[in-house]
Ligand binder design. Structure first.
Ligand SMILES: [Zn+2]
Ligand SMILES: [Zn+2]
Length: 177
């Protein structure tokens, strides 16, 4: 059985706990500027009350990210959670979540079995920054000479400022035209 399949009949009333390890490729974890380098560890708790299931999970992994400023690769921890309520509908499980943009009945892989892969995937991706930076004060590469300004000063600093100013003026000019 794939690692994150859960048999509905095995879920008892009350608290059920599961631990999973999923490979990034099994979850189709793909993101620009990021390589998910380790298996995703998932701690899932399902609280069942009759046909209502509350799912809470913590998803932990590590990522190698590319800094948007200096282009170095750096290691980043991922620690993300999700919370969903779902309802049993015969052999299916249906998410009660207006915000979820996937198929809320997706949890069914085979009769009597559901998967949490899409929820884990979403939780991990949502917690990833749009523009990762290796550290808050990363000074990035000089756009003129390409020098890593974390490591060395270059002499382009002033003209760089000037160019940004020119670019703004051009923009203002274009808007007037
Ligand atoms: Zn950087
Ligand atoms: Zn420079």
């Amino acid at each position: 059985m794939p690692p994150m399949d859960i048999e509905i009949s095995a879920i008892e009333d009350g608290i059920n706990e599961f631990d999973f390890l999923a490979k990034p490729e099994e979850l189709d974890l793909q993101l620009e500027d990021t390589v998910f380098a380790e298996d995703v560890s998932v701690e899932l708790r399902i609280t069942r009350s009759s046909d209502t299931l509350t799912l809470t999970a913590r998803c932990v992994t590590r990522a190698d990210r590319t800094c948007a400023r200096c282009l170095c690769t750096f290691k980043d921890g991922v620690d993300s959670e999700f919370y969903e309520v779902a309802e049993l509908d015969g052999e299916k499980l249906r998410l009660l979540d207006d915000q979820y943009d996937g198929d809320p009945g997706f949890l069914n892989r085979a009769p009597g079995i559901f998967v949490i892969d899409p929820l884990v995937r979403e939780a991990v991706l949502v917690s990833s920054p749009m523009k990762p930076v290796c550290r808050e004060d990363c000074r990035g590469l000089c756009p003129q000479c390409g020098a890593d300004r974390n490591e060395q000063e270059c002499n382009c600093e002033e003209s760089h400022g000037h160019n940004v100013w020119d670019a703004l003026k051009d923009l203002a000019q274009n808007e007037k035209d």
